[in-house]
Design a protein around this ligand. Structure first.
Ligand code: SF4
Length: 327
């Protein structure tokens, strides 16, 4: 099957002012945060690709680049064969309704002054020429579908009058109201109460089938990714270090960083946790990332070669790729 979304050699650098001492010794006023560092991957139509890693790994920035909420520094972003990377804001209008995003915090992505019905219907006002009554009918239908029931009651509520689970359903409905093909879900349940997380995930799965959606599911939580994703890509300091089928990645992780993330997943029996896999130290700064394999200062298997060059991505089993020199 063809990729619906494909990114090639994607990079995003954010300029930052260097400290006085750095300016003095390095002689440069500005540095760059290498948020996304030469990333290449594809997402097939109907697939859920998880993008997992610690905070600061570049996963949310990658999600925003895919739908051009951010402009890439370089690289290509293909949506259904069209390169979005060099489209102007005006040209991007054509694609906006086909690509939507669900952010982590529903409260900060909903206007406190906009009623629920108006918030969900707002994209229809921008992207379609449907009349007021038709928009309202479509919004009410969708509200019932995502569990915002009774819709005629909740339609006139303000965000502060909703529960956390209801707010997240509003955000989902707003993302789906224009019948998009691709949705970036950026930590969509991270702010939800434990009791509603499973319900929102289940709803997202059902909506995917019903609306024929393709998801990029950004998360720091591998147990959530396991539940919903067909494949998972692991990011570390702006690079994808491993990508493969979810089952394969859980059963046969290859990259030491993936093993570390898996070892950190809570298990019912803490004595079974493989604490020796958990890496030492914190994730380094993306302004001056370590040379070679970015993971080498924290990797228990690192050799001299690891700090010399970037390890190439290679296929370690069918459809399973890892950027590590280990056999
Ligand atoms: Fe560790 Fe070297 Fe593999 Fe990087 S390339 S993960 S440093 S063994």
């Amino acid at each position: 099957m063809e990729d619906l979304i494909r990114v090639e050699n994607l990079r995003k650098e954010f300029p930052v002012q260097k400290s006085f001492l750095d300016q003095l010794f390095a002689g440069k006023e500005k540095g760059f945060v290498h948020a996304v560092d030469d990333v290449t991957f594809g997402i097939k139509k109907g697939e859920v690709l998880g993008l997992a890693g610690e905070s600061g790994s570049g996963k949310s920035t990658t999600g925003r680049l895919l739908i051009r909420l951010l402009d890439p520094t370089s690289g290509n972003i293909y949506f259904d064969g069209e390169n979005l990377a060099d489209k102007s804001p005006k040209e991007m209008q054509t694609f906006r309704s086909k690509m939507q995003v669900v952010f982590q915090d529903p409260n900060s992505s909903l206007s406190p002054r906009m009623r629920v019905g108006d918030a969900i219907g707002h994209p229809l006002k921008i992207h379609t020429d449907l009349g007021v009554e038709e928009r309202k009918r479509k919004v009410m239908e969708l509200m019932e579908r995502v569990g915002l029931s009774p819709a005629e009651f909740l339609y006139y509520k303000y965000p502060h009058q909703l529960s956390g689970g209801q707010s997240q359903r509003v955000v989902l409905a707003r993302a789906l109201v224009t019948n998009p093909e691709f949705v970036v879900a950026d930590e969509p349940i991270a702010m939800a109460d434990v009791s509603v997380r499973a319900m929102i995930l289940e709803l997202m799965k059902e909506l995917k089938e019903e609306f024929d959606l393709t998801y990029l599911f950004v998360t720091h939580d591998l147990s959530t990714a396991k539940y919903i994703c067909d494949r998972i890509a692991i990011m570390y300091l702006g690079r994808i270090v491993e990508i493969g089928n979810t089952r394969e990645l859980f059963d046969h992780p290859h990259h030491p960083y993936t093993k570390a993330l898996l070892a950190a997943v809570p298990v019912p029996d803490p004595t079974q946790r493989r604490t020796e896999e958990i890496p030492r130290g914190e994730i380094p700064s993306a302004i001056d990332p370590p040379a070679g394999c970015h993971f080498h200062p924290r990797c228990r298997y690192a050799t001299e070669a690891c700090s010399k060059g970037r390890p190439p991505m290679r296929e370690v089993s069918p459809g399973h790729f890892s950027a590590c020199i280990l056999d």
